[in-house]
Design a protein around this ligand. Structure first.
Ligand code: SF4
Length: 195
């Protein structure tokens, strides 16, 4: 989220924060974003009503000029998160630099097993096999997933949407996953845009 803001490609009016991640890291982990960048945030659950309430709370913050973290998913997410899970993660993993789809390398944005757990590390255990695979992800030609993930364009702005690229024959990752923006628009909204 901070990398997205720092890229400065678009003005972000607010974030709807993911319920599952927030269950572990808690509300407080997000506070620096609102404090430092004056961006409103709402942690949301997964039911349609959760998302609707989150949009309402965000709109309310924007209207009143506030920038804070609100927790719509309080039935699951606690301010401090899951302390036990956080302790275990801290004991087992360490941060490292990772290249994300649509972004360049974001320093310290990934987690890997610490040296003392190296024997469980698939990256090390299967190093030879993995060396044949490229970890340097490149979008297929014409695919605009990276820009979609950064909120710069809509799926329908991709010339391949619904023509060359469909859930049955996906070209890019946003059409593969049922959580992908292109996949969702294809299944639920393409009739509205005449594709
Ligand atoms: S997943 Fe398909 S429709 Fe979506 S941006 Fe990539 S090529 Fe275009």
């Amino acid at each position: 989220m901070e990398a997205l803001i720092k890229m400065g490609e678009m003005k972000i009016d607010g974030f709807i924060n993911p319920g599952h991640v927030s269950t572990i890291i808690g509300e407080r982990a997000y506070e620096f974003i609102s404090t430092r960048y004056k961006v409103p945030q709402v942690i949301a659950g997964f039911e349609p009503l959760d998302v609707l309430i989150a949009a309402y709370l965000l709109a309310r913050q924007i209207r009143t000029g506030e920038a804070k973290v609100e927790n719509e998913y309080a039935r699951v997410v606690k301010p401090e998160g899951n302390e036990k899970a956080k302790r275990i993660m801290e004991a087992v993993f360490e941060p490292f630099d990772v290249s994300w789809r649509g972004f360049s390398v974001i320093p310290g944005s990934g987690l890997r097993l610490k040296e003392e757990f190296a024997k469980y590390d698939a990256r090390k255990r299967y190093e030879d096999d993995l060396s044949e695979l490229s970890c340097d992800y490149r979008e297929p030609e014409g695919c605009r997933c990276g820009e979609i993930l950064r909120g710069l364009v809509y799926p329908a702005d991709c010339p391949l949407f619904g023509t060359g690229c469909t859930p049955q024959h996906p070209i890019g990752p946003c059409m593969v996953s049922i959580e992908g923006s292109c996949n969702i628009l294809f299944r639920y909204g393409r009739h509205r845009i005449g594709v």
